[in-house]
Design a protein around this ligand. Structure first.
Ligand code: FES
Length: 274
């Protein structure tokens, strides 16, 4: 991870203030936490400041620290720890976050970075000439199945090719970013298979018919009586009805057992150890 420091003083604004709407939101957010635990609102407030100004300024950090009764260093620690907070000015129309983690890298993230270098700036966290665009490489954004992808503000653009990313960057540069449909940029819904679902769907009509045709032989087979192939060629009964099980004819069973030498155990004699 790179070292995260505040931007140069030359680009830091002297003051920070939430807009009226954001100030009301911040007040309501702080109230959500129990008395004495208001400092827990530090991350939401920093994020709101970033959404308002595009990045987290030194003045914003100090202002939020004052609102929450925190030491400046404590809020600075939070802002510099989480990479979601931009500590330098980013493009006013788009800050392109290119995922460079393994699945995206294997699916062409390097080509996307090449496009960012060509169209925006050769180095990350550097504004283009007009100050409208910037880029950085980030870790996994959780859309690996649709790799490679980029994140712009709160939207992800997935299944990208270098050509498609060029078109998207051009749209944002032209102020038409809202017209670009987020999500997969190819023929797929969310992370469903390319070309549409392949499982858990109704069979097409012709397949249903084919299925019924295949069923017919089974139905026929059921109507055919069981084969006699394994039966012995004799007319005698398989089981002699005179034979009874021990449960139904105990006396007869004991007699048969005696005949075969299976006498009852004489407990008066010592038993052989087994
Ligand atoms: S690796 Fe790129 S989104 Fe997960």
């Amino acid at each position: 991870m790179s070292v995260r420091r505040l931007a140069e003083d030359t680009v830091q604004p002297a003051t920070f203030a939430f807009s009226r709407e954001n100030a009301a939101w911040a007040k309501a957010t702080i109230k959500k936490y129990p008395k004495g635990r208001e400092q827990s609102a530090v991350i939401p407030l920093l994020m709101r400041a970033q959404e308002q100004d595009g990045w987290v300024t030194k003045a914003a950090i100090e202002s939020i620290a004052d609102m929450l009764g925190m030491a400046y260093i404590r809020v600075l620690e939070v802002a510099t720890f989480y990479t979601q907070f931009q500590l330098k000015p980013v493009g006013s129309r788009a800050h392109v976050q290119v995922c460079g983690t393994t699945p995206c890298m294997l699916r062409g993230a390097e080509d996307l970075i090449r496009i960012c270098k060509k169209k925006i700036a050769s180095e990350p966290f550097t504004l283009n000439e007009g100050g409208t665009l910037s880029w950085e490489e980030v870790e996994c954004q959780g859309a690996c199945v649709n790799a490679p992808m980029v994140m712009i503000f709160k939207d992800s653009y997935e299944d990208l090719t270098p050509e498609r990313l060029e078109e998207i960057i051009d749209s944002f540069e032209a102020g038409k970013g809202a017209e670009v449909q987020p999500g997969p940029q190819i023929d797929r819904i969310y992370s469903a298979p390319i070309g549409g679902p392949t499982t858990l769907q109704a069979l097409p009509a012709e397949k249903k018919t084919a299925g019924r045709a295949r069923k017919a032989p089974d139905e026929e087979a059921i109507s055919v009586p069981p084969a006699n192939a394994a039966k012995p060629k004799t007319t005698s009964q398989v089981t002699n009805p005179a034979l009874k099980t021990p449960a139904t004819a105990k006396k007869a069973a004991a007699k048969i057992a005696k005949t075969e030498g299976e006498t009852t155990v004489d407990k008066s004699k010592p038993q052989k150890k087994r």
